[in-house]
Each structure stands twice: as structure tokens, then as C-alpha cells.
Ligand binder design. Sequence first.
Ligand SMILES: O=C1O[C@H](COP(=O)(O)O)[C@@H](O)[C@H](O)[C@H]1O
Length: 235
Amino acid sequence: MDMPSSAVSEIPNATSAAIAAHIANALRAAIAERGQASLAVSGGKSPIPVFEALRGQVLDWSRVTVVLVDERVVPHGHADSNTGLVQRHLLQGAAAQARFLPFFGEITPQLTAVVLDTLVDDATARIDPLPWPLDVALLGMGEDGHTASLFPGAAGFARAMATDEQLAWVVSDTAPHARLTFTLHALLSARELLLALAGEAKYAVYRRAREQADVALPVSLVLNQDRTPVSVWLG
Ligand SMILES: O=C1O[C@H](COP(=O)(O)O)[C@@H](O)[C@H](O)[C@H]1O
């Protein structure tokens, strides 16, 4: 499971407000420089207060394209859908003017490797309008050290960590649902990464992960690199 032993800790309101202000500044700067901006966001439960603070930020949302860093392969109406989460909590009010690029529309219930390969190809085409590189990517982390849907040991994990493509599929015994995820390469192609997490269990994992890059803790490969600036926001 994403959070096997405890309830997910949401990012507290004060930290969420600071993260939202930081992201909004980066989006405004991108719009001023390039006329448009791109934002990738994690799903899960912890960023909900960040989304709710971010949607109240004053900026030209019509120039922002939003995408997920990962998605569970479930219908958008499913309770575990990250697309549904973003639609309910971020793309509201002025932020509803943003362009959102979900990875898929309808899905088939038969998720074979061939079907997942096709979903990845289709999703890659769907995100083609995304202004690239991403201006900002907001990442979360699970207690197993996964970020986006880079679940250690999952089917598809080695490819997702090594390929220079943007998207990959992952199927993990320890997480519900097949996933589509930005690859490590795509995440590290962003202009700026934010990692936000809250709760003692996650802090302990984070402290281990920041020590050295270890593929068993995928978030450590985001933290221990010098290609892309990363800021860490502990709730
Ligand atoms: O499965 C996922 O897990 C992580 C962490 O989720 P949270 O519920 O503990 O916040 C999340 O960052 C990722 O996007 C999500 O799909």
C-alpha cells in the first residue's frame, strides 16, 4: 500500500501556503519569460491542502498547463484517481482556466503489458502539448521511498528509472492499481522540483534517502543529484 501502517499526513496549512506561494512565483516567472508555464503535480492524499492553497493564487491560469507526475490506471471517477483528485482540489475557481492533460480517457479493464505499453504511448502523445521542460514539478513520497509511481522492485521499475522516455508503466505488489508515471529522467528534466512530505514515518525515510542515492529508495535519486534544483518542504 502507499501508506501501509498509518494514515497519510497531509501537508499542514502553513507549509502548504508557502509551497503554493513558491509555485505561483515560479509559474508567474515562466509566464513572464515564455508566455506560458507547465506544472506537474503528485497525487495521493498529502498534497490536498497545497492544491487548495495553490488554486487561490493570483496568476494567469489560462497560460498554465497542468499534468500529473503519476496516475493510477483507474477510471477518473474512481476514489483513487489522481486525475479526479486534481479536478476536485486544484482545478477550481480561477485555476479551472488551466489546461489539464490527463494521461488517458477511457480505459479497458484488461491491463496486460501490451495494453499498458499502448497506454504509455497514448499518454505520451496526450502530454505532447506540454510546454517542455516542466517549469515546476511537485513531488510527494511514500513510506517505501517511492516518488511519483517509482515503486522499488515493481514490474516496469527498472525501465522507469533508466529510460530516457517521458512516461512508463509500473505494476507493484505493494501498491494498488497499475500506474503510469513520469520516469526519473523526465522528473530530472524539470527546471525545478519540490518534494513535500509530512509525518514522522516519512521524515525517517527522507533522512535515510538524503544520505546517498540508493535505487531501493527511489526518492534518493531525486535528492542526490546535481542536475535539477530540489527544495524539500517538511510539513
Ligand atoms: O501513490 C502515490 O503515492 C505518493 C504519496 O502519496 P500520499 O498519499 O502519501 O501523499 C504520491 O506522491 C503519488 O503521486 C501517488 O500516486
